[in-house]
Design a protein around this ligand. Structure first.
Ligand code: G3P
Length: 227
C-alpha cells in the first residue's frame, strides 16, 4: 500500500491536463513532491495513462476500470489494461462515472487479484459504509455538489468527513479514508487531516490553477503542518 498521508491529483478529462499538457503538469507535480516526504499520486485521463506512467516516478492511478476480464467487451477498461499501462491502482465509482454496487465489488476484486490498489469514491456517509465493507484500499468521500467548487468538503461538510472516518473505523478499519471536492489550499488539507482523513483527492485546484506549482507546494505544506 502507498504510504499515507496521501495527496491524489486527478486530471479528470480537463484539456489543461491532456496530452503534452499532462506531461508538463506531471513534471511540475513531481518536482514539488521531491521537496517533501509525502506520497503524491496522479490520476491522468485513461488515454494518457501509459504515456504519463512511462515518464514519471510518481505512483499513477487510472480513473476507472470496468468489472470485466479481458475478452469481448468493446470500449471497456480492464484491470489488466491499466496494470500493463503502468498504473499502481485505480479510482472506481467516481461521481462522474458511477457504478452499481455489484460492479464496484467485482472491480475491486479484479484489481486486487492483480495487486492493484483501489480508491473507491463515495458521495455520503452511508455509501462510505457500504463501500468500506467491500474492502478497497481507500474510500474517497466527495459530496458531489462541492466537486469543482471553491469551498472544500472539510470546511463545508466536516461532518461528512468525520462521519466517514467513524463508519469506516467501525466497518473495516484497514480502509483508509481520503476526502475531496473543492480542495484548493493548505487549510483544506490541514482541516481534512484534523477530521481524521488519511489524505485528500483533488482536481481543479491543481489542474486549472494559474500556478499549479505554488498550489501543490502549499497542499504539501498542509500535510507537513498536520504531522
Ligand atoms: O476526483 C476528484 C474530484 O472529483 C474533486 O474535484 O475539482 O473539486 O478538486 P475538485
Amino acid at each position: 500500500m502507498l504510504r499515507t498521508p496521501l495527496i491524489a491529483v486527478s486530471y479528470k478529462v480537463y484539456s489543461e491536463g491532456m496530452g503534452e499538457k499532462a506531461l508538463r503538469l506531471t513534471k511540475i507535480i513531481e518536482k514539488v513532491a521531491k521537496d517533501f516526504d509525502h506520497t503524491v499520486a496522479i490520476i491522468p485521463n485513461l488515454v494518457d495513462l501509459r504515456m504519463v506512467a512511462e515518464n514519471t516516478e510518481l505512483p499513477v492511478f487510472a480513473q476507472h476500470i470496468d468489472p470485466y476480464s479481458p475478452g469481448s467487451h468493446t470500449g471497456s477498461i480492464t484491470a489488466e489494461m491499466i496494470k500493463d499501462a503502468g498504473a499502481v491502482g485505480t479510482m472506481i465509482n467516481h461521481s462522474e462515472k458511477r457504478m452499481i454496487l455489484a460492479d464496484i465489488d467485482a472491480a475491486i476484486k479484479r484489481a486486487k487479484d492483480l495487486g492493484l490498489e483501489t480508491m473507491v469514491c463515495t458521495n455520503n456517509v452511508d455509501v462510505t459504509g457500504a463501500v468500506a465493507a467491500l474492502g478497497p484500499t481507500y474510500v474517497a468521500i466527495e459530496p458531489p455538489e462541492l466537486i469543482g467548487g471553491d469551498i472544500s468538503v472539510s470546511t463545508a461538510k466536516p461532518e461528512v468527513v468525520s462521519g466517514s472516518v467513524e463508519v469506516v473505523k467501525r466497518i473495516n478499519p484497514e480502509v483508509k479514508v481520503l476526502c475531496g471536492a473543492g480542495v484548493k489550499k493548505k487549510e483544506d488539507v490541514t482541516k481534512a487531516m484534523e477530521l481524521g482523513a488519511s489524505g485528500v483527492l483533488l482536481a481543479s485546484g491543481i489542474v486549472k490553477a494559474k500556478d499549479p506549482e505554488k498550489v501543490m507546494r502549499s497542499l504539501l505544506e498542509g500535510l507537513d503542518d498536520s504531522l
